[in-house]
Design a binder for this molecule. Structure first.
Ligand SMILES: [Fe+2]
Length: 470
């Protein structure tokens, strides 16, 4: 039987209920809500030969970055492929199965390319766009974050159910490629059209973050609490963004309150993708000299279960931060050794995480540990050469700023003042509204005895903290 999905794509399926569950799961995926896994399971139960259901299950199995989920999804897809009659499927469905298998084999980059090929032929394939967009995030492919949705806009109309979601993806891509004015324009249109699209809200939030417009960002988020702060599982990450605004405003107490009441609670399942927000927030404060040992220790307790196996270098960085922040340097060291041993076994090059770990993840983890040990020159040696390649292990500019701040802080503490000044000059030239940037500038000037200039820098920080420039 061939039916069509909510965007009009023909689907090979024996039971309309399977397609209904699939459509629901896709809508949930776009909005980070609902019982996504349950709906996919139900779609497969309704039609045990439903190809797109298996492909989708494969995608979701990997995108959570939990190795056990990925292994389970890989086994399910392999069992399906072993018995499936692929000739009865459409070319689009076969391409999805190939992309899912490729992703489950650990080749994020190739999977992203295969999904882009689907979008060329089938620009209204929402699954290919949504999954491809998340893969672009995991691989730090800013250009694709923008161009994947941008390249299919011609095939969509504002009347389409998921048109606002497509705008949200485009807005995030525009933000990650530094096109902030257009990102804000597209993101606000997306939010206007679908206030419950937390990914669109997130795109606008990033835009204000990158522009240093933290007061505007706080207002934007506060006006929309009802839309993003409940009923979805992206809550934690959006709260993390709110906490970043609070830090720029100088409200450390508020940021820690968000950590304690939202980011790291007993209810959290301890998934890597949620844990990293808690750790990233605390690491920013750690760099400023705050002792958050008990909080880091609680995070480390949950990260500890994720040391093996190697799965995603971006998670490894946060794991290391938690161990170092908790004073568990031995565990950080062991994690690094474990990843080195893994690389020494020559895992296949097509695994995206091999390159991510070797080129970026390991140097960053080593730098984080060196920072904890006060070996600031070593931190600079490790991070300075790769500072423009950090996107290769994924995440957003805002998330990777934790690494750039680590480099800056190490340069200052290590007494490398020319480098410190150059890094600060870069930061201020790019983001002149950031109080953090001006406070660091003041700190550096103070250290080199330029007291009057330091005072001016502090005044700039205070002026921007007042929010008047937002
Ligand atoms: Fe974000």
């Amino acid at each position: 039987m061939s039916l069509t999905d909510s965007a009009g794509n023909p689907v090979t399926v024996s039971d309309p209920a399977a397609l209904a569950y699939f459509d629901q799961a896709l809508d949930d995926f776009l909005h980070f809500r609902g019982d996504l896994a349950g709906d996919i399971e139900r779609s497969i139960q309704a039609d045990p030969d439903f190809a797109l259901g298996y492909a989708y299950k494969g995608y979701v199995g990997v995108l959570g970055t939990e190795p056990a989920d990925a292994a389970a999804a890989k086994a399910v897809l392999a069992a399906y492929l072993a018995r499936a009659n692929l000739s009865r499927l459409s070319e689009r469905e076969r391409m999805h199965l190939r992309a899912a298998r490729t992703l489950l084999e650990g080749d994020f980059h190739r999977a992203g390319q295969l999904l882009a090929e689907i979008s060329l032929e089938y620009p209204r394939d929402t699954l290919a766009l949504a999954v491809g967009h998340q893969i672009d995030f995991f691989t730090g492919s800013a250009g694709m974050l923008r161009d994947r949705p941008a390249g299919v806009m011609y095939a969509w109309t504002p009347e389409d159910r998921h048109y606002p979601n497509l705008l949200g993806m485009l807005a995030f891509g525009l933000e990650e490629t530094g096109q902030y004015d257009r990102a804000e324009e597209v993101g606000l249109e997306a939010v206007e059209r679908n206030p419950k699209d937390v990914w669109s809200i997130h795109a606008v939030t990033h835009t204000y973050e990158m522009q240093g417009r933290f007061a505007r960002g706080m207002r934007f988020m506060e006006e929309r609490f009802e839309d993003w702060a409940s009923g979805n599982y992206f809550i934690l990450h959006n709260w993390w963004h709110y906490a970043l605004y609070a830090l720029e405003a100088g409200d450390v107490e508020r940021a820690l309150e968000i950590h304690d009441t939202v980011l790291l609670t007993a209810d959290n399942a301890g998934l890597a993708l949620t844990l990293l927000d808690a750790t990233a927030l605390c690491w920013r404060l750690y760099l400023e000299g705050h002792d958050l040992r008990p909080r880091f220790a609680e995070q480390a307790e949950r990260w500890r279960r994720k040391v093996e196996p190697a799965f995603y270098a971006f998670n490894d960085m946060h794991m290391t931060m938690a161990f170092v922040g908790a004073g568990l340097e031995q565990e950080a060291e062991e994690l690094i050794r474990s990843r080195e041993r893994w690389l020494a076994t020559y895992p296949p090059e097509h695994l995206s995480n091999v390159r991510m770990t070797r080129e970026v993840g390991l140097p960053v983890c080593k730098a984080v540990l060196a920072f904890g040990r006060g070996q600031y020159r070593r931190v600079v040696e490790l991070l300075y050469p790769i500072r423009r390649r950090l996107h290769e292990f994924g995440g957003s500019h805002a998330q990777r700023d934790a690494v750039l701040r680590t480099l800056l802080e190490a340069a200052i503490r290590g007494g490398d003042y020319p480098l410190s000044q150059a890094l600060l000059s870069e930061r201020i030239s790019i983001k002149p509204r950031s109080p953090y940037n001006w406070l660091k500038q003041a700190q550096l000037l103070e250290r080199i005895g330029e007291t009057a200039k330091a005072e001016l820098a502090r005044k700039n920080a205070a002026r921007h903290r007042s929010g008047s420039a937002s």
